[in-house]
Design a binder for this molecule. Structure first.
Ligand code: PRT
Ligand code: ZN
Length: 285
């Protein structure tokens, strides 16, 4: 039987979340210590544990059919892979940063400067697009210390909270790309593999949707029912049931996490009571 080979990071910032996502999709995997490959007993999938830098190449070559990796690595490596799905975790950005003490007006600052980075390809593209001439110093780690040891004037690196920059007396001056974990796949997968991938993606959508949404139950006075229904979209539309107490109804709906507090505020304004908010385990729309 055909199996889908999926490359994930062996150990690092993506590993735990990648495995968690696979588990939440109901896919079991048996992982022995230091094993490079793990086969699932209940889904036609095989896990390959690799360094994140190698994942785009393995997927481009078809050694792995798909991979979970940071978008930054995909862009940097420039391999022939398809971006199949955005996963919403490991969010970060690739930014240019300079010493805090330096005044910064615009990106012409970088003309004639030395920039240390582990992402020369993405940086070169930014420089070209902005017609800037700077010298790129490629280093593989601890990029943030380059200015203080005199190796470079500035850096181009991953930023997430920004605290690494602050503790190295640097400031972020240009955000070049945003990144998150993504699924990449080999172009032109065979039909049988594509079918497994589609099933996997279907499950991922159910998991991601459930994370972005909450189930909400509340009691509403009938005179405001219409106003409340207007702000509670639901999957199709909200469920409305009469309460035993005359003049009141119970409403059930699904709300997006991002709009949540805004919606709660309005619900209270329209006299809603007994609001319960419940996490959703899986959501198939
Ligand atoms: O060993 P392997 O090669 O597999 O792993 P790695 O060490 O190359 O990568 P890893 O595990 O550090 O990161 C994997 C991926 O996580 C990256 O390619 C990004 O897509 C994503 N990611 C998300 C991050 C960060 N957030 C992050 N904050 N990767 C690195 N950082 C580092 C960054 O390099 C900097 O030193 O954290 C520091 C900045 O963090 P803040 O919070 O201080 O701004
Ligand atoms: Zn790496």
């Amino acid at each position: 039987m055909e199996t889908l080979k999926i490359a994930i990071q062996k150990s690092g910032r993506l590993s735990e979340k990648s495995l968690e996502l696979i588990e939440e999709c109901g896919i079991k995997h048996i992982q022995g210590k230091r094993k490079l490959i793990s086969v699932s007993p209940n889904f036609p999938i095989e896990l390959l544990f690799l360094r994140d830098d190698d994942i785009p190449q393995y997927v481009a070559d078809g050694v792995a059919d798909i991979g979970i990796v940071g978008e930054n690595e995909v862009l940097e490596k420039g391999k022939d892979v398809e971006l199949t799905e955005r996963l919403g975790f490991a969010r970060c950005r690739l930014s240019l940063a300079i010493p805090q003490s330096i005044q910064y007006k615009d990106n012409s600052y970088f003309n004639g400067k030395r920039i240390a980075t582990s992402y020369p390809r993405i940086l070169q593209k930014f420089l070209d697009e902005n017609k800037l001439n700077a010298e790129i110093h490629e280093i593989s780690g601890s990029v943030e210390i380059a200015p203080s040891i005199g190796l470079a004037d500035s850096i181009f690196d991953i930023v997430s909270s920004g605290s690494t920059l602050v503790s190295n007396r640097l400031k972020e001056v240009e955000v070049v790309i945003q990144s998150e974990a993504v699924i990449i796949s080999t172009p032109g997968l065979k039909k049988a593999k594509k079918a497994i991938l589609n099933d996997f993606i279907f499950r991922i959508h159910a998991v991601l949707q459930s994370k972005n949404n909450k189930y909400i139950l509340l009691n509403a006075p009938n005179e405001n029912l219409e106003k409340i229904i207007n702000i509670l979209p639901g999957i199709k539309s909200p469920t409305v049931m009469p309460l035993f107490e005359p003049g009141w109804s119970s409403l059930h709906s699904v709300v997006n996490e991002k709009k949540f507090w805004e919606i709660i505020g309005k619900l209270k304004e329209f006299g809603a009571q007994g609001i319960l908010v419940i996490p959703i385990e899986k959501m198939i729309v």
